[in-house]
Design a protein around this ligand. Structure first.
Ligand code: HEM
Length: 517
């Protein structure tokens, strides 16, 4: 028995040994290859003699963001603060060599003066397989330039002024909703949800020509699809990482930026609306109408063909780029009003003076005249920039002036907006909410150009900037004229950001008490 056992043991050992060895060897080879692959680019900045942040294998310099400890903006702020004397710093987003710009003059140079070398964002997309991704934010080179030139007049002050009636309608729905909720005894509200429903309605009506009233009808199809687009499920977040950092793999695996039903829904709405308006001669002061007019000019012989699908992709990006950016800004602003009651009183006084001077409903001119309200929004976007970093890619070799550095085509560039907006050199006491930083008579308060970037800068600056300011000012004026806000038991005095979110998003929402005036 002993012998047998011994024998069996020896036999097992002798057959197991090579198997275990093979497994261990494969594992070691795998780890070494992974290490080699993930660190293969890490000499890039050293070879270029650019000061760089030391990367860690696999993650480069964005480990804290990838592991969801902090937002991208907060992660870049740490790098920004570590190199106070550099104009720019080399870093790695996973394996991708990236230049982080620190100096305002260099930022202006890249975004504005030398735009021809950095005209794209380098976002990969497949307009054939996913037609909704063929929009201004993603498009590149001459195609982007032609489309941007065509669409720009759609956002002129004259065109936006004509939309004030639509914006008003959404504001009135918000007030009606609040009235009913407060009458039924509600006092505490999650402001982000409220403002998101409001801005969904604004984009629904101004971009898609739909009356969705998400405030009354929380199950509205439009709101449901909107939530599906912004869905931050683990699988969509993973697909996003693959799309950004491994675009070839994204294509090879046929992954999707949005679920197919979202694509069908948005393209379907736009096609139906166009068909209805053409058949019934309907005219409405909204973006879809303006794009339709461009399409018709287009058919009279102009080279660039604005198809229905291309129109759908553009109104879709107005939704993508415009809805959450505006809603979080509104909710952050209301939070600051609740914390800083003296600021809220000044805004209330300004609204009352404006109503006395211009009457109700507030006209375009009345909204424009409210300087202090505008300062409050500007300071909100300084403290909580919805887009925490701007992205560019080098499209033509670029010798950085005053240095020996030559940037190669394809080099990624990041502008750390959040870090700049919190640099005490430009904004003393950066955590203090002080709208007077943007007072007209204070000029730029000695700040250099390139240090205030909530909407970006240069030819790729946010096309919807003016529209967004009008929408947000009108919403706040209508709301604060009728209601005041205070902190509630659920409020956090200091806001933390949701690390998984691409845009600045308050962790746990923004809870406030809302009281009738
Ligand atoms: C508070 C509101 C908003 C903020 C903070 C914001 C911010 C931004 C930023 C930072 C960019 C990138 C700029 C750059 O790379 O230099 C951008 C681009 C863009 N935004 Fe906005 N945005 C807002 C509202 C809107 C609205 C309401 C719309 C449309 C109705 C819109 C449409 C776009 C488009 C289409 C682009 C791409 C422009 C291009 O590449 O040519 N945004 N926005």
């Amino acid at each position: 028995m002993f012998l047998k056992e011994n024998l069996t043991g020896e036999i097992a050992y002798s057959t197991m040994f090579p198997a275990a060895l093979i497994v261990v060897t494969c594992f070691v080879i795998f780890i070494l290859s992974l290490y080699k692959y993930t660190t293969s680019t890490y000499k890039y900045w050293k070879k270029k003699s650019v000061t760089f942040a030391e990367p860690v294998p696999l993650f480069g310099n964005i480990k804290d963001h990838v592991t969801l400890k902090m937002t991208q903006g907060e992660c870049l702020r740490n790098i920004y603060n570590d190199f106070p004397h550099e104009k720019f710093v080399g870093m790695y987003q996973l394996q991708t060599p990236t230049l982080l710009l620190r100096d305002p003059e260099i930022i202006k140079l890249f975004l504005v003066k030398s735009f021809a070398h950095f005209s794209d964002r380098g976002f990969s997309y497949d307009g054939h397989r996913e037609p909704l991704t063929k929009h201004l934010v993603n498009m590149e080179g001459d195609t982007w330039k032609t489309l941007r030139q065509k669409i720009t007049p759609t956002f002129s002050s004259g065109k936006i002024k004509n939309m004030i009636g639509l914006l008003h309608g959404c504001g009135v729905q918000l007030l009606e909703y609040m009235e009913a909720a407060i009458d039924s005894g509600e006092t505490e509200f999650e402001m982000r949800d409220l403002t998101a429903k409001f801005t969904t309605d604004v984009i629904g009506t101004c971009a898609f020509g739909l009356e969705c009233n998400s405030l009354k009808n929380s199950q509205s199809e439009f709101r449901r699809m909107g939530c599906a687009v912004l869905n931050s499920s683990a699988s969509m977040a993973l697909a996003k990482i693959v799309r950004v950092f491994f675009p070839k793999l994204f294509k090879a695996l046929k992954l999707r930026t949005f679920p197919v039903e979202v694509q069908k829904f948005f393209i379907g709405i736009v096609k139906q609306t166009i068909a209805f308006r053409n058949a019934n001669g309907v005219h409405r002061n909204d973006f879809i109408q303006l794009l339709l007019e461009l399409k018709n000019q287009n058919e009279e012989g102009i080279t660039f063909k604005l198809t229905e699908e291309l129109i759908a992709a553009q109104v879709f990006v107005f939704f993508l780029a415009g809805f959450e950016t505006s809603s979080t800004t509104l909710s952050f602003c209301l939070h600051e009003m609740a914390v800083n009651q003296e600021v809220q009183s000044r805004v209330y006084d300004e609204i009352n003076k404006t109503v006395t001077k211009y009457g109700l409903p507030l006209s375009y001119e009345a909204i424009l005249s409210m300087d202090y309200l505008e300062q409050c929004l500007k300071e909100t976007m300084r403290k909580y920039p919805p887009v925490q970093a701007l992205v560019r890619v080098c499209t033509k070799p670029f010798p950085v002036p005053g240095t020996d550095v030559n940037l190669d085509v394809g080099t990624a560039v990041l502008i750390p907006v959040y870090a700049i907006h919190h640099d005490p050199k430009y904004y003393p006491g950066p955590d203090v909410f002080d709208p007077d930083r943007f007072a007209k008579d204070a000029g730029d308060n000695g700040r250099p150009a390139g240090t205030y970037l909530p909407f970006g800068d240069g030819p790729r600056i946010c096309i919807g900037m003016r529209f967004a300011m009008l929408e947000m000012k009108l919403a706040l004026a209508q709301f604060l004229q009728n209601y005041s806000v205070t902190l509630s038991d659920k409020s956090c005095a200091r806001i933390e950001f949701e690390p998984a979110s691409f845009l600045s998003c308050p962790k746990g929402g923004i809870w406030l008490n809302v009281n009738k005036r």
